[in-house]
Write a protein that binds this ligand. Structure first.
Ligand code: NAP
Length: 254
């Protein structure tokens, strides 16, 4: 087992890539803090709650701590991290996965939508990273993994347009990744970023995109492999990397 007895926080773990990473970590022996807002299913076409993911973690014989958390709210993030430290005594891994996108051309983007997209995708990464760092620095050990997107690098003209707010937030997450990696390398903490090369079939994506437009979509398996690899490796070996799941799999033989 690659992550035996490690403690991981996965944000946005009520469904999608976050849920798959939480289960993948548990399969490799980690105990998992399952952080997201959904305690109950609110929409019939958008399944997934923190309790369902927690059950999946426990099926692998590991401990789960489901915590309702809004990553845009500093108090909520701090309460989630405090609960994790109280339950497990330490945090080895943080996966900043929570994300949202709404498509609007800039000229039609309501300010509130702009703020939500920037806040969940970028401010959430800052708040969660900041909240875990003091305990990681104290223990001189840790791995932070950010989930970004090729929307940061490419023109928004695929079958799933995501809009400029999302692209800007993810581009900033890429920059945050290597900026923070440079700051905390001396404390033996790795910070890396994974982007899906192809669209990953998740509850969120299936909610938004009609079935006819789903060619070439992939399951989250490569994302899980990459997250396990980055979480398990020694902090000094891979850090400050921003790469796609396909690249990481090719480079590291995953
Ligand atoms: N799927 C893809 O093809 C793809 C491609 C590129 C990048 N990504 C990135 O991968 C990550 C996961 O995407 P996905 O497709 O798995 O999305 P998804 O199925 O829509 O799941 C998104 C997750 O984020 C959580 N979330 C949203 N707002 C939150 C908030 N304020 N606080 C806490 N959690 C929040 C949701 O939980 P609650 O609603 O329960 O809070 C949910 O668990 C995102 O960062 C996304 O940008 C995905």
């Amino acid at each position: 087992m690659k992550l035996k007895d490690r403690v991981a926080i996965v944000t946005g773990a009520s469904r999608g890539i976050g849920r798959a990473i939480a289960a993948g970590f548990a399969k490799e022996g980690a105990n998992v803090v399952v952080a997201a807002r959904s305690a109950n299913q609110k929409h019939e076409r958008l399944p997934g709650t923190i309790y369902e993911t927690a059950e999946e973690v426990e099926k692998h014989g590991r401990r789960a701590l489901p915590v309702q958390c809004d990553v845009t709210d500093e108090n909520s993030v701090q309460a989630m991290v405090d609960a994790a430290l109280k339950e497990f005594g330490r945090i080895d891994i943080l996966v900043n996965n929570a994300g949202v996108a709404f498509y609007f051309p800039v000229v039609e983007t309501p300010l509130r939508k702009w703020e939500i997209v920037i806040d969940v995708n970028l401010k959430g990464v800052f708040l969660c990273s900041k909240a875990v760092l003091s305990s990681m620095i104290e223990r001189r050990s840790g791995s932070i993994i950010n989930i970004s997107s090729l929307a940061a690098d490419e023109r928004d003209e695929g079958t799933v347009p995501t809009g400029v707010a999302y692209a800007v937030a993810k581009a900033a997450v890429d920059r945050f990744t290597w900026g923070l990696a440079t700051e905390v390398g001396k404390h033996n903490i790795a910070v890396n970023c994974i982007k899906p090369k192809n669209v990953v079939s998740t509850e969120g994506m299936r909610f938004w995109v009609p079935e006819k437009d789903r060619q070439g979509w992939e399951p989250p398996d490569r994302m899980v492999k990459c997250a396990v690899f980055l979480a398990a490796q020694h902090a000094g070996s891979v850090t400050g990397t921003v790469a796609t799941d396909h690249e990481l799999c090719a480079w590291h033989g995953l």
